[in-house]
Design a protein around this ligand. Sequence first.
Ligand code: F3S
Length: 284
Amino acid sequence: MEVIKAKTAGFCFGVKRAVDTVYEQVEKNKGIPIYTYGPIIHNDEVVKDLQAKGVRVIQNKEELSRIGEGVVIIRSHGVSKSVCRQIEEQGLVCVDATCPFVKKIHNIVKKESREGKHIVIIGNSSHPEVQGIKGWAENKVTVVESYEDARNFSAPCGQQLCVVAQTTFNYNKFKELVEIINEKGYDISVLNTICSATKERQTEAKKIAEHADAMIVIGDKNSSNTQKLFEICKKACNNTYYIQTLGDLNMNQLRSVETVGITAGASTPNNIIEEVQNNVRIKF
Ligand code: F3S
C-alpha cells in the first residue's frame, strides 16, 4: 500500500509559530502564571497538554481584568488594540504571537483609518481575527460578510474606502463582494490580505484525494477548516474518513485499498498526523 501525506497537512506557519511560542514561554517562565488570550488553537489535545503544564485560557476582557500577574500570550488570530493596552495597563507581560500576516492587516487598518479612510473588512463578523482587526481602526469601520451586507453598504459621498479581507476568507467571494461595493462609485483602495496557506492545503488535498483509493482527514471535530477539507476530499474520493486521532480510525476500512492519502486541518499537531501515518504504514 502506498501512503501519501500532504506536505501542507497540519499547522500553517502562523499557528506553528504561536504554539511554539507558548511552549517556549512555559520553559522560560517556570513558576510564573502563563495565560493565552483565547485557546491557542482549536485542538483539545494541545489545549489539554498545555493545561497540564499550567497554561490557563482567558476568554475575554472581563476575565483578563481579574489577573494580577503573569504572562499573557496573544494567539495567531491577534486581538484589538484595547486588549493589548489592557494587558499593559495591568502590568502583565504581553507576548504577541499574532501571525505576521494578520499583524500586517492591523497596521494597514491603523494607518489608513488615521488618514480618514472608512475601513471595510470582508470577513466573518463574529470571528476573533475580524474582531481584532476591527479594533485597530481609529475611524469608521464596517464588516461585510454577505452579499446582502455588500448591497446594503453605504458611506457619505466622497468618502475614501480601504477594503481588507480576513486571512481565511474565500477569494472568489471576496472578489464578488468587492465588486458590489465598487459599483457604488466610491474612491476605493482594495488590499487582498487573504493568506494562501488555506487555499494551498485545499488544493493539495483535492489533488491527492483524486488519486487515492481512500483518504484520511485528521482534525478536531469543531475545526471549520478541517470540515471544509473533508468536504473537498469526499467529493474527490468517496472513501474519505474524518478522524480526530488514531483511535477513531477503523483499519478494516482500508483493507483492500492500494493508495491512502492523508491530510489534516490547520489546528492538527504534527505528532497526531505522524502517528496515523506510521500506523497505516505498519498495518499494511
Ligand atoms: Fe497566518 Fe495564514 Fe496561518 S494568516 S495564521 S499563516 S492561515
